[in-house]
Design a protein around this ligand. Structure first.
Ligand code: HEC
Ligand code: HEC
Length: 373
């Protein structure tokens, strides 16, 4: 494991250094006072879990009064302190299965897929979705579907042939939109899975970490108005067709979405949408101090018009990391901070959460794409 949440707190602080130095980062775990190095160190020494803190302990790292002090980044600061979960304590109570012993799905739950996978150290995932009877998804804003109260998604994580955890996200209320997030850890005998609001590092003898609730919100808590992968860009056409046929969309997309560009650009745009856009989007609190956007829109028909090309190519970064000062330098992966940061797994790595191993084949693909730009 790695103190991923603590690491993220450090990154948040680095991101905030432009506006105002943090006053304090709380950490109930981890070794406090991780100094920066080189150019990054210029932003000052910061506290927070450095990896020795457990998952539970590192939750304090996000409760950065420092993050809030930078102004406008309060959403990051709000997740510290105690973690509570008053929803279903076992997976069998969540409505996913009609019979958990035989893993029979409830009749109103269906499996779905995503087009651009999120890398989680090669864990394999299966996804399920439920809409309350008689409700629809409001697709007026095609890039940000609005879901009815009660919409629920689950995602299984399997590694080495073993089912480790099932995560659940559910919409609790409208105005203001409230969502709940929690992971269920499977029992050794497979009979059920139990809610683990504090997460669990190195679960069940693997290197897989189950995130705690604050970590869910780091990636999911943008506008709190949508699911990350249940969208017009991410759903395979077969799933969109089924939803449309069932009358579940207020107005289905007019045409299938095709990622623009040649094969290399399509692969890079898809990968960066699936792995980076949940934080690098206008909806996420990060947008208040960082302009890099990695997401695709259904309106994108030309690579040059994508947010990635517009905010990434020849754009300066906030920090010099190993001599890289631009997000993407066409033709030069080694000068491109994007390539530098996906190709490492220390505190400067991107993404900063959810992975401990470099996604070697995808990083090679990003390199080839930058070389060809
Ligand atoms: C590193 C970022 C990250 C973290 C941390 C994270 N998620 Fe996600 N999650 C994603 C992304 C990206 C998707 C969409 C792609 C997919 O389905 O794999 C997703 C999808 C899901 C889905 C399917 C519905 C949807 O939103 O598309 C569920 C359910 C889910 N996550 C639950 C959780 C819960 C619960 C936690 C915390 C215990 C959590 N996630 C932590 C990034 C994250
Ligand atoms: C969990 C949220 C999260 C995810 C997911 C994420 N990032 Fe970041 N990213 C951040 C934060 C916070 C910063 C600002 C702090 C820093 O520079 O380290 C940042 C900064 C960056 C920067 C520097 C931008 C600048 O202007 O200085 C780049 C480049 C970057 N990320 C690339 C990526 C790529 C590529 C991915 C996906 C492979 C990714 N990020 C996924 C949170 C995230």
């Amino acid at each position: 494991m790695r103190g991923t949440v603590g690491a993220f707190a450090v990154l948040v602080v680095l991101g905030c250094s432009e506006s105002e130095p943090p006053t304090q980062i709380q950490s109930t775990g981890g070794s406090a006072g991780v100094g920066g190095s080189g150019a990054v160190g210029a932003s000052g020494a910061v506290g927070g879990g450095s990896g020795s803190g457990g998952v539970a302990g590192s939750s304090g790292g996000i409760g950065g009064s420092g993050a809030s002090a930078a102004g406008g980044v309060g959403a990051f600061g709000g997740y510290g302190g105690s973690i509570t979960w008053d929803g279903p304590q076992t997976l069998s109570e969540t409505g996913l299965f009609s019979d958990i012993a035989t893993r029979t799905l409830a009749s109103d739950v269906r499996q779905y897929g995503v087009r651009n996978q999120l890398w989680t150290d090669a864990a394999s995932k299966t996804r399920y979705f439920k809409l309350p009877t008689g409700t629809q998804i409001d697709t007026t804003v095609m890039d940000a579907w609005k879901f009815p109260v009660g919409a629920t998604a689950w995602k299984d994580f399997e590694s080495g042939g073993k089912l480790l955890e099932t995560r659940m996200v559910a919409k609790l209320s409208d105005n203001p939109p409230e969502w709940s997030y929690v992971a269920y850890r499977w029992r050794d005998d497979g009979s059920d899975a139990d809610a683990v609001p504090y997460g669990e590092a190195d679960t069940q003898g693997t290197t897989h970490d189950i995130p705690n609730i604050p970590a869910c919100k780091e990636c999911h808590g943008g506008t709190r108005e949508y699911f990350l992968g249940f969208s017009a860009v991410q759903l395979p056409q077969s799933d969109i067709d089924q939803l449309a046929a069932a009358g579940s969309l207020t107005s289905p997309p007019m045409a299938p979405f095709v990622i623009p560009g040649d094969a290399k650009a399509q692969a890079a745009l898809g990968y960066l949408h699936g792995n980076c856009a949940h934080c690098h989007s206008a909806a996420h609190p990060l947008a208040m101090y960082n302009n890099f956007r990695a997401g695709l829109s259904v309106t994108n028909t030309d690579v040059a018009a994508t947010a990635l090309y517009q905010t990434g190519l020849n754009v300066s970064t906030s920090h010099d990391i190993d001599g890289t000062v631009m997000i993407i330098v066409p033709g030069q992966p080694d000068q491109s901070q994007l390539y530098n940061r996906v190709n490492r797994r220390d505190l400067l790595a991107m993404p900063p959460l959810g992975t401990e191993q470099v996604d070697v084949s995808s990083v090679a693909l990003l390199k080839a794409w930058i070389e060809g730009l």
